[in-house]
Design a protein around this ligand. Structure first.
Ligand code: ATP
Ligand code: MG
Length: 653
């Protein structure tokens, strides 16, 4: 038993727990058996300029359309519709611990900025269906740009500011934007990262696909950026020119694309996920109530970045649609000190917080006193997503914050959670190590990798969704319907099923635990092992802060597991005797927990693991290096030095 589940279950008698479980099951069942009734009811959460004719059209499986014929607008639902009732309330709170800037925009002020930004885009020729590529640091103008784009019925493609020019160019080529919005620079840990040279290089690389206009927000951080006459436009100048201009909302049909967003690229080449408008708005509005429990007038703080799906759904659109203030933060969790997030929680009375396990692991290495310096009484829950939440990390943060810590599992493709507890439907116990139950709307199955046949309780299966996918999930891969079909629905013999490419296992209560990605499976002498299980066993050792396990080719066994671990206290590695003792302890622990078959052949110690820019461990590149192969596409790798460490750890051994 763990802390958080004790806390949630303590108040419930077994009978009440069963009632709530039943209540949730019934709710979920209706969403699957009567999707039109279910989603027709939820659609009332947003404004429709023209009512839809039909809740669901599923005439060309697996393609489906939600709220057919309905006209709406994402920006209207996030901003304009709140102005009458809560115009003076905070909508966007912008804090940069890098520059010291702090600005609060009310809904009325946000509407002004966004409608003006839209007028600027319009003046540059942006109209319905045109793409606007947004390559920006975490500043308020980035959010204005997103909202302004969808206000016009144009389609944004936000590229994480921090990708190098080749990654940016590849996305430009795919999205073919008319206009690009960027800034002179971003900042990270006090270091200025100039954007303009990268942008210029990317535009060069993109050739004919490059946009004709680049709007640059000059923060005064980098040397006066070189401006190419006719192409490069200064935002402040345009803003002054259009000070009194406001662009009206362009109403679009529900299935009209709102944005393109590329996946993180953890397993391969990123895919351009296309999102609709009406279905997405409805799905987010419902999730704010049923999953996140945020109410209008409160403050939501997601520590992600607008370049990721969490940023799209739960920095920008979700909280604003719900009438909440959203906190947009530029900076590290540890700068100026590890209390910064909690200081913001106190100052802005944050009620719901959303972060990633990787960030919590960073904070776990710090003195917990930082966390207790501030009044956190406004906080109701912390949500974590993006990668497996290991038990030690979950228990630590739940114990420190004394609020429910809720793991939720989803993907860029789905846009909102597939697995979670939905306390807004009926309070459910949290089981540490599991992101919970299939979320309403998702007909989620655990299936055999080849046949698509459902597996039983306790059996490992691929997490799959029986189409039609619920509102909010991707409509297709941008410009590539074939790829949408083949990539996501082509995996199971003769069944049309969406594959998540993740493994899971279900317990008797229906809770699902993620066992890793389908291409992260190790085959040891005919036994199939998930790297996640081995990682859990390794990270249970008190000295280990973080670990990645990969399968490495072995002449005898097919593959053997190798572990790459970061220790909590690096000084203990200086002594080779202690280092080898620790390696033996870790191996013994895995043998004890999972059996000797799962034993890592070696445990290598490194200072950091190679991760994507979104904080996910790049196991495929570690594996390649361990096998002496070329690590492949590294455009999404955060810090090349981390791969070098892996290489050195292996050669040193
Ligand atoms: P690509 O698909 O391009 O390889 P990616 O899958 O890393 O990149 P995202 O869509 O950002 O891109 O990540 C979704 C994936 O992250 C999920 O499929 C899953 O593997 C992992 N994930 C997300 N949330 C959780 C969670 N709560 N627990 C375990 N894994 C999670
Ligand atoms: Mg993926």
């Amino acid at each position: 038993m763990n802390l958080s589940s004790l806390r949630t279950t303590a108040r419930q008698t077994p009978a009440r727990r069963r009632d709530r479980m039943t209540a949730y099951r019934d709710f979920h069942r209706q969403s699957i058996d009567q999707p039109e009734v279910f989603w027709g009811r939820e659609a009332a959460r947003i404004d429709w300029h023209r009512p839809y004719d039909k809740v669901l059209a599923y005439d060309k499986p697996p393609f489906r359309r939600w709220f057919v014929g309905g006209e709406t607008n994402l920006c209207h639902n996030a901003v304009d519709r709140h102005v009458a009732g809560r115009g003076d309330q905070a909508a966007l709170i912008y804090v940069s611990s890098e520059t010291g800037e702090e600005r609060v925009y009310s809904f009325a002020e946000l509407q002004e900025e966004v409608a003006r930004f839209a007028a600027i885009l319009q003046a540059q020729g942006v109209g319905k269906g045109d793409r606007v590529l947004i390559y920006m640091p975490m500043i308020a103008e980035a959010v204005f740009a997103m909202l302004a784009t969808v206000r016009l019925g144009a389609v944004h493609s936000v590229v994480f500011g921090g990708f190098a020019s080749a990654s940016l160019a590849a996305r430009i080529e795919d999205a073919q934007p008319k206009v690009m919005v960027t800034a002179d620079a971003g900042m990270r840990g006090g270091k200025v990262i100039a954007y303009k040279p990268l942008v210029d290089e990317a535009l060069e690389l993109a050739g004919a696909a490059a946009p004709g206009k680049v709007i640059l927000v000059n923060r005064g951080l980098a040397e006066a950026p070189m401006m190419k006459p006719g192409r490069d436009l200064d935002y402040a100048t345009l803003r002054a020119r259009h000070l009194d201009d406001r662009a009206e909302v362009t109403w679009v049909e529900s299935s009209h694309p709102s944005y393109i967003l590329y996946t993180s690229g953890t397993t391969g080449k990123p895919k351009g996920v296309e999102r609709d408008t009406g279905g997405y708005a409805v799905a987010l509005a419902a999730s704010m109530d049923y999953i996140y429990g945020g109410a209008a007038g409160e403050t939501f703080f997601s520590t992600s970045d607008i370049g990721w799906v969490v940023g799209h759904s739960y920095i920008v659109y979700g909280p604003l649609i719900a009438g909440m203030a959203t906190l947009v933060y530029e900076g590290l969790p540890t700068n100026p000190d590890p209390a910064i997030w909690w200081q913001l929680v106190e100052k802005y009375r944050v009620s719901v917080m959303f972060s990633a396990p990787t960030a919590i692991r960073v904070l776990k290495k710090q003195d917990p006193a930082y966390l207790h310096r501030h009044d956190l009484s406004s906080l109701k829950a912390l949500f974590l997503a993006g990668e497996p939440l290991d038990e030690p990390t979950a228990n630590w943060i739940a114990g420190e914050l004394k609020v429910p810590v809720i793991d939720n599992y989803w993907q860029t493709e789905t846009g909102w959670p597939m697995l979670s507890v939905c306390n807004g439907v009926a309070p459910q116990a949290v089981k540490v190590g599991s992101p919970g139950l299939p979320v309403y709307g998702y007909n989620l199955k655990l299936v055999d990798e080849a046949s698509g046949e459902e597996v039983g309780v306790g059996e490992k299966g691929v997490i799959a969704i029986m189409p039609p996918l619920p509102p909010g999930c991707l409509s297709t891969v941008w410009g590539q319907d074939e790829r949408f079909l083949n990539t996501y629905f082509g995996g199971f013999a003769d069944r049309l099923l969406y594959s998540s490419f993740d493994w899971g296992v279900r317990d008797a209560d229906g809770y699902i635990t993620i066992l890793g990605r389908t291409d992260d499976v190790i085959n040891v002498a005919g036994h199939r092992l998930g790297t996640r299980e081995i990682e859990e066993a390794v990270s249970g050792h008190g000295a280990i802060a973080e670990v990645a396990v990969v399968g490495v080719a072995d002449a005898l066994k097919g593959q053997v597991p190798q572990a790459f671990a970061v220790v909590r206290d690096p000084s203990m590695l200086a002594d080779p005797v202690r280092r080898s003792a620790l390696e033996k302890e870790v191996i013994a622990r895995v043998a004890h927990e999972l059996g000797a078959i799962a034993n890592p052949a070696r445990v290598f110690f490194v200072n950091q693991l190679p991760k994507t820019r979104s904080g996910k461990v790049l196991r495929r590149s570690i594996q390649a290096i361990a096998e002496g192969r070329d690590p492949g596409d590294l455009t999404t790798l955060d810090d090349p030095a981390s791969l070098e460490q892996v290489r050195q750890a292996i050669t040193r051994a």
